[in-house]
Design a protein around this ligand. Structure first.
Ligand SMILES: NC(=O)c1ccc[n+]([C@@H]2O[C@H](COP(=O)([O-])OP(=O)(O)OC[C@H]3O[C@@H](n4cnc5c(N)ncnc54)[C@H](O)[C@@H]3O)[C@@H](O)[C@H]2O)c1
Length: 520
């Protein structure tokens, strides 16, 4: 099949235009077309694969209408040969390449793709806002022709975001934003079913992690989509040649926003960034309810420990810490909060939690979790005071909140009683159990946030990218808060999807609220 990869031929270009105009992915259209033409399909993909493809297409609910089929037939005899099969062939090639880093992707095992696809579809059920955006994007193609390098946790929810961007016409590449957060089946499905290049393997070492970031940058993007700012910082430090083509970017999390604001203050940031984390429909819900629930989920999956009756120490009473403290209390723990900000500490007290310095909490805590974005929040002098069997974890972005090198230095032995638990035996025989290598435990040992909250976070991502497409050139090289109108629109769509109606201001109320003259 000499024609198989001829992406530049006139026929392929016409084919791509057609796919774009009907809002479907080339590979899916190619497969649908082949299934309409069994005589052509059988020698290319074989009868068993045809069965599997039919199943996949049924799940996609993709049916080509007569008009599209006729337009496909018109393209076929063009110069360069039959285009649709080219894409089918390409999909097949991807499906049969395993465990290799090619220039197109690097995932653990492509045979996990089907399981990944089922979970991606399951997550989508809880992501009605993002689904609506994807459907609109598929019709309007607001991202047509743009290239996006994304560095996000490779989860089922992220897969749905990538599919939305692709439906909008963007060419996307995805790498992991944390070495332990990748869901390998999801990575395999994105490569196999969506032809999205993914560079991510759960448990990858640091060198591979950065190799993958570089691979994502090889796309030569106009936009970055980051979670923690490793992609943006690598781009600014090691790939400065790409800066000229950059138009804008988005950032998902608190820690990334802090890093990017520091870059902007130094005059180092070379393009505008929208801080998705600053959206109220992001941090009110994702950081609080998402982190709250999924951090408990991660700790429980790693340890199978009973939370009720335990003393649970939450370090940091920001958006994430509030959520975790609330959920730990809900499960019957005695919750202690540690803080450095008087206001946040006072709020924790008024919310009914005990507040004390970590040095005191260290002596009484059974379970510890840091969510501060800070460094060495649990340090050597805290380990010295901890009880035998203490469980230590982190749900902040980087694995620096617990001083792991200090713990390594204090330990005389290290065991692994269960996956995701490193048990450090100290000189006096006390055992300190560190979960998930100190990386965000909700993603290391569980699946990250539930889809329902990521629906809003990723709606913000998708709409921010659309906004940047339209306005990036008017913006300065600094970090912007998401436009309030987008935030409100997402809240409205989410309520609508949940079937919840609210009151609407009357004209009289609008006038009253806008006037300063009326008083007692
Ligand atoms: N696990 C996840 O899925 C997830 C989701 C969202 C955010 N995050 C990350 O979690 C971290 C916290 O995010 P947030 O939105 O809650 O931030 P935030 O700024 O709202 O809260 C952080 C809190 O930690 C406190 N703090 C700082 N240093 C401290 C110390 N030494 N001891 C005790 N408290 C300290 C601060 O005063 C602040 O109140 C960030 O790294 C963020 O990127 C993780």
């Amino acid at each position: 099949m000499a024609w198989a990869r001829g992406r530049t031929t006139g026929a392929v270009a016409a084919y791509e235009n057609l796919c774009c105009s009907i809002g479907e992915k080339p590979a899916d259209v190619a497969l649908a077309w082949l299934l309409h033409n069994p005589a052509v399909a059988a020698p290319i993909i074989g009868p068993r694969t045809i069965d599997q493809l039919e199943g996949s297409l049924r799940a996609l609910e993709l049916r080509l209408d007569g008009d599209t089929l006729q337009r496909l037939d018109e393209i076929r005899p063009g110069p360069g040969g039959p285009a649709p099969e080219a894409y089918a062939w390409q999909t097949q090639t991807w499906r049969h390449t395993e465990n290799t880093m090619t220039s197109e992707f690097d995932v653990k095992d492509l045979s996990l793709a089907e399981a990944g696809r089922r979970r991606i579809q399951w997550a989508e059920l809880e992501m009605p806002v993002l689904r609506q955006i994807r459907e609109r994007f598929a019709k309007e193609h607001p991202l047509k022709g743009t290239k996006v390098s994304a560095c996000l946790h490779v989860t089922t929810e992220t897969a749905n975001l990538m599919r939305a961007l692709q439906a909008g016409g963007a060419e996307v590449v995805l790498c992991a934003s944390n070495p332990l957060s990748t869901q390998d089946d999801v990575a395999a499905s994105l490569v196999t079913h969506d032809e999205i290049p993914v560079y991510a393997i759960k448990g990858e070492d640091n060198e591979t992690y950065y190799k993958h970031i570089h691979a994502a940058l090889d796309l030569e993007p106009q936009f970055t989509m980051d979670d923690g700012a490793d992609l943006v910082s690598t781009l600014h430090k090691e790939r400065r040649d790409l800066l000229e083509g950059m138009r804008g970017g988005t950032e998902e999390t608190t820690t990334g926003v802090i890093r990017l604001r520091a870059m902007a203050a130094d005059g180092a940031l070379a393009y505008p960034i929208i801080a998705v984390n600053d959206a109220m429909t992001k941090h009110f819900f994702d950081n609080r309810y998402g982190t709250g629930q999924s951090t408990i989920d991660g700790i429980v999956r790693a340890t199978n420990i009973l939370i009720a009756g335990k003393t649970f120490v939450v370090a940091g009473y920001g958006w994430c810490g509030r959520g975790l403290a609330m959920r730990a209390r809900g499960m019957g723990a005695n919750v202690i909060v540690t803080e450095v900000e008087p206001l946040a500490a006072l709020e924790a007290v008024m919310d009914g939690f005990r507040v004390m310095p970590m040095a005191e909490a260290a002596e009484v805590g059974d379970i510890f979790c840091t969510l501060t974005g800070d460094i060495n929040v649990i340090d050597a002098h805290h380990f010295e005071r901890m009880k035998d069997g203490a469980i230590v974890s982190n749900s902040g972005h980087f694995n620096v909140e617990v001083n792991i090198p200090a713990l390594e230095a204090m330990a005389v032995e290290k065991r692994q009683p269960r996956p995701f638990i490193d048990q450090y035996i100290l000189k006096d025989g006390r055992r300190i159990n560190l979960l998930g290598e100190g990386r965000l435990i909700n993603l290391a040992a569980a699946e990250g946030h539930p889809a329902s909250v990521m629906d809003m976070s990723f709606a913000n991502q998708a709409l921010s990218l659309e906004y940047l497409m339209q306005h990036a050139d008017e913006l300065e090289n600094r970090v912007y808060t998401i436009p309030e109108a987008l935030d409100r629109e997402i809240a409205r769509l989410k309520l609508e999807a949940m079937g919840i109606r609210i009151d609407v201001l009357t004209e009289e109320q609008k006038t009253y609220l806008a006037s300063w003259e009326e008083g007692t």
